[in-house]
Design a protein around this ligand. Structure first.
Ligand code: ZN
Length: 348
């Protein structure tokens, strides 16, 4: 676990604010961290948790030596608890064989968490509970913890984390102090990658595709992500001449993709649309890759701003369906492509 503030790239203002709040002992008992995936929200939550659990912390920085700090770096601190979205099998401790099984924060996990939150802390002055992927929480699960978050029985700090704040239930949002984390600059991402031994040239290319996220830059090194980015560009290039037969075929192919791939593919579509909107307003994009710039330039001629805007909204709605409900992948993709084509041919 990350117990060290100095390992975090960027987010200087937010980090200073959090450290100051720890120092002055005025941190609210429920925080909500929002911002894109892979920018360091979890690392920051871990460092903050360590600061809150360390009795020797100075100016919000943990000492690194006390039993609490050692417990945090070994993942054995008894007053620290973390929840992540799980499939039913994972929750029951069985191996998950299905690539398409949905991970959500389950109501059973909420009950376990509530039991933990009511315990008296053993090593530190309080407990800290991190809840990742809060947007996957369904209504019943969310309702079951509202009271705990609002008025915990014991000394507990909750750190909720989401990369999709728009999909979050209002009842949860309204009970937390929200802290937004922006995307990282290309320079920050490049600096990180170069520190990992990646050459400047490659680091620049990865940073330009990473959409402000170190996590994405790192996974982009894997070829599958670059393939998915290519698939997203290809879809938009082909859309104007796409027949219904081709759409059915696409649905058939994509039905076999993993949920993770579908999520990345939709993420790339959203990123391309956002880049196009920036190009329209003359702001340019951070795109370094000349090939992508040319592809985007060609796309711009085929798509008006209003179309791009409508398509971006459609992508977000589709992401929402994949995240929150158990949809039929093939039907959803086909309906998505048909709607995309409608927008393209429609009177926008
Ligand atoms: Zn300490």
């Amino acid at each position: 676990m990350n117990t060290d503030w100095t390992r975090i790239v960027g987010h200087k203002n937010n980090i200073e604010k959090l450290q100051q709040m720890v120092e002055e002992n005025r941190l609210p008992h429920a925080l909500l961290f929002t911002g894109q995936e892979g920018i360091g929200k979890s690392l920051i939550a871990e460092a903050l948790a360590t600061s809150l659990l360390c009795k020797e912390n100075k100016n919000g920085v943990p000492c690194g030596k006390c039993p609490a700090c050692v417990g945090m770096s070994n993942d054995t601190h008894p007053d620290f608890y973390r929840l992540v979205p799980m499939t039913k099998n994972e929750y029951e401790g069985k191996p998950e064989k299905s690539a398409t099984a949905k991970r959500i924060l389950r109501i059973e996990q909420m009950r376990d968490m509530q039991e933990r939150a009511s315990r008296v802390p053993v090593l530190s002055e309080r407990s800290v509970i991190i809840i990742e992927g809060v947007e996957t929480m369904q209504e019943a699960a969310a309702n079951s913890i509202l009271k705990t978050i609002e008025e915990p029985e014991g000394p507990v700090v909750f750190i909720l984390i989401t990369s999709h704040p728009a999909f979050l239930l209002d009842t949860i949002r309204s009970r937390c102090m929200i802290m937004e984390f922006g995307i990282l600059s290309d320079e920050e991402i490049m600096g990180y990658l170069q520190n990992q031994g990646i050459t400047e040239f490659v680091a620049r290319g990865l940073a330009s595709l990473a959409d402000g996220s170190i996590g994405r830059a790192v996974t982009l090194q894997g070829e599958r992500l670059q393939e998915l980015h290519g698939e997203a560009i290809k879809l938009l290039t082909d859309l104007p001449i796409m027949t219904n037969e081709r759409i059915w075929k696409q649905g058939e192919v994509m039905e076999k993709w993993s949920r993770e791939d579908l999520k990345e593919w939709l993420g790339f579509l959203a990123m391309i649309f956002r880049d196009m909107l920036l190009l329209y307003t003359g702001q340019g994009t951070g795109l370094y890759n000349q090939k992508d710039n040319e592809a985007l330039g060609r796309l711009l001629r085929k798509y008006s701003t209003r179309k791009v805007d409508a398509m971006l909204k459609l992508v977000l709605a589709c992401q929402f369906r994949f995240i929150r409900s158990n949809v039929n992948i093939r039907l959803t993709i086909e309906a998505f492509l048909i709607r995309l084509k409608d927008i393209h041919t429609g009177g926008f």
